[in-house]
Design a protein around this ligand. Structure first.
Ligand code: CU
Length: 398
């Protein structure tokens, strides 16, 4: 809000200044001032040097941003086996863009200065220059073709997973809905049971087909646990609108589309604990906690509860603006060692979805019976009070 106010004030100040200069110009009318609208040599010279000034501004801003903000992008320390390949592709693209833009901007501004308007100087007209056009067409074509080929190679490498070959891969479903994620594990058989939005009822909020033999051992979790060093095949579904499963630390993203199953697969290469121990991560966390500590001081002074210190966790985020609470659509990912994963699996795999549905049905039945018992007790009391209409209604209920 404050930023908006500041922006409005700046815009209003600019407008006021512009109006003031116009008034100033009007007061000069009739004086000995050059008010012709045609630029003279001096105007062109000023504009030529301003071009150089702008070039300097671009370069200085670039250097400033590189020095101050280059630690923000996630480059290096990716937590999946294919991560370095994506980082490499990203790095090559960025270096190329940086190189080309640095040179072209310099040329653009230099020539704007060199060929600024001068009295008596005429522009040379020529229709085309084959050699020049050849150079500026062929060089980008070769560079782009190389980049695209490398990108395609990386893409197929990452996206093509032979499920028959990868039989020790773990199949997990990521289910998206406004505004939360849920993971469904395929259980002992490693095959997810069929699911459809039409089967959603009560506690079966993932719409699992309870009659499917493959669904019998499926279990759901609100936290995604995966083991290090094993291939995970994610099957994505969405209940309502387009979502996107984004796991930045694993360099993974895939759209979740209502009515179809999409897929992404990767091998985690760093456990949560290992990632927390990385020097870059330690520095980042310390930085966040320093900010939190200073905020907490203010909160305490206002009599509010201070913020909890931050510890790093991998996250699954939604990367499609899917509604009002999109920003908060996230799920914690824990990369365990294979041993810890086994323990977690043991603790959680017993709570199957089929079992949960059965328990809920039994509970519902029990409460129903309890309720009908209390109603019949009430019935007797009301019949004692000779309220015949209530008795009749209660009988109808039975
Ligand atoms: Cu979403």
């Amino acid at each position: 809000m404050t930023t908006l106010l500041i922006l409005i004030v700046v815009v209003l100040l600019a407008v006021a200044l512009w109006q003031l200069t116009k008034i100033f110009d009007l007061t000069q009318v009739g004086g000995n001032v050059n008010d012709t609208q045609v630029a003279n040599d001096n105007d062109n010279k000023v504009n030529g040097y301003l071009m150089f000034g702008f070039l300097g501004f671009i370069y200085l801003t670039t250097i400033y941003c590189l020095l101050n903000y280059s630690h923000f992008p996630l480059i290096g320390d990716s937590a999946s086996e294919h991560g370095p390949e994506i980082d490499n592709l990203m790095m090559i693209s960025m270096v190329l863009i940086f190189f080309v833009q640095t040179i072209t901007q310099a040329l653009l501004h230099y020539f704007a200065f060199k060929y600024r308007g001068k009295k008596g100087q005429k522009a040379l007209y020529f229709a085309d220059n084959n050699r020049l056009e050849f150079i500026w067409s062929v060089i980008p074509a070769i560079v782009l073709a190389g980049l695209i080929l490398y990108g395609l190679y990386a893409w197929t490498n990452i996206m093509f997973v032979d499920e028959e070959d990868a039989d020790d891969a773990i199949v997990i479903e990521l289910y998206a809905q406004q505004f939360k994620w849920e993971a469904r594990y395929s259980g002992q058989d490693n095959v997810l049971g069929k699911a459809n939005v039409r089967y959603i009822e009560g506690v079966n909020n993932l719409g699992v087909d309870l009659s499917d033999p493959n669904a019998q051992d499926d279990f759901a979790s609100s936290e995604l646990h995966i083991p290090k060093g094993k291939r995970i095949i994610f099957k994505m579904r969405s209940q309502d609108v387009l979502h996107s499963a984004y796991m930045p630390h694993f360099r993974a993203q895939m759209n979740c589309v209502p009515g179809m199953v999409t897929q992404f697969s990767f091998v985690p290469s760093l456990t949560t604990a290992e990632m927390r121990d990385k020097p870059a991560m330690i520095e980042k966390v310390a930085n966040i906690n320093a900010i939190r500590a200073s905020k907490s001081q203010k909160l305490v002074a206002e009599g509010k509860t201070p913020l909890d210190p931050y510890t790093f966790d991998y996250l699954l985020l939604c990367n499609k603006i899917c509604g009002a609470s999109h920003y908060n659509m996230q799920m914690k990912i824990v990369v365990d060692t294979p041993e810890d994963y086994k323990i977690w699996l043991k603790e959680n795999s017993a709570k199957t979805i089929v079992q949960a549905v059965k328990t809920a049905a039994a509970e519902a039945k029990a409460t129903e019976e309890k309720e009908s018992a209390t109603t019949s007790v009430k019935d007797t009391t009301s019949s004692n009070s000779k309220d015949t209409t209530v008795v009749a209604q209660a009988e109808q209920k039975h």
